[in-house]
Design a protein around this ligand. Structure first.
Ligand SMILES: [Zn+2]
Ligand SMILES: [Zn+2]
Length: 244
């Protein structure tokens, strides 16, 4: 069956017969679903099993000294000052992030944004932000997916930590999937992809940039660089999942 039709049928069935877990489809058992997730997925998604670097969110060993970053971010400079994550790109969190790419993933994106606010809310509030902003999606991709997953996550995260949400960036260039092997090539690929929106108040503000996944960090680096150039006082990033 054609993918889009299959999705439609699934959505229609889901409406007629309430589905199981939003991530693994397990039917509701003796333990009720929590926020639409089965107990196993809920625990896996809301528990970061590893320590992570506060500057780039990369997984580090349990006793690593990360006061000045980890081995990954000491070898390169990021334009953002800090990084927060819900967890590592693995297991049910990885499955959840992959499901966000479907056109009907918005409910799950909302849920993950709320889970992020619950798990990291105190750290995010303590860091102090003036605005929470999503990484914009190119309009073509937004059209095919029906929504911007980063925007849905950012909106719920912002509401959860009590900080205004705003779309401060726009994407002015389509960037093909990043298959470039070198860091320099990946950074060159996204260079000039973002502009600050007319009327967005960035100067002097602390901005929390939100994306679903961070792989090499080149996209978030470029977006943070543009915000800093526009006068942002601080830029931190928050991602659902960090790839190792
Ligand atoms: Zn599940
Ligand atoms: Zn690091």
């Amino acid at each position: 069956m054609h993918g889009a039709i299959r999705e439609l049928v699934r959505a229609a069935l889901g409406w007629a017969f309430p589905a199981g877990c939003l991530v693994c489809d397990a039917p509701e058992g003796a333990d009720p679903l929590r926020h639409g997730l089965c107990p196993a997925c809920f625990d896996a998604i809301t528990t970061d099993a590893h320590a992570s670097c506060p500057l780039c969110a990369q997984t580090v060993g349990p006793h690593a000294n990360t006061a000045d970053g980890c081995s990954e971010c000491r070898s390169q400079s990021f334009a953002f000052d800090r990084a927060f994550r819900l967890g590592e790109y693995d297991g049910p969190l990885r499955d959840a992030v992959l499901r966000l790419k479907h056109w009907n993933g918005e409910g799950l994106a909302d849920l993950l944004g709320r889970a992020f606010a619950e798990c990291s809310g105190s750290d995010l509030r303590a860091a102090g932000f003036d605005v929470v902003a999503p990484i914009p999606l190119h309009w073509g991709r937004r059209l095919s997916r029906g929504y911007n997953q980063s925007e849905a996550v950012a909106r719920e995260l912002a509401a959860g930590i009590g900080v205004p949400f705003a779309r401060v960036l726009r994407r002015v260039r389509y960037t093909p999937q990043q298959l470039q092997p070198s860091r320099e090539a990946r950074r060159a690929n996204v260079k000039g992809a973002f502009l600050v929106r007319t009327g967005a108040s960035v100067a002097g503000n602390a901005v929390l940039l939100v994306d679903d996944v961070m792989t090499t960090g080149s996209t978030l680096h470029e977006a943070a660089r543009v915000l800093k150039t526009a006068g942002a006082a601080r830029v931190a990033v928050a991602v659902l999942a960090r790839r190792k």
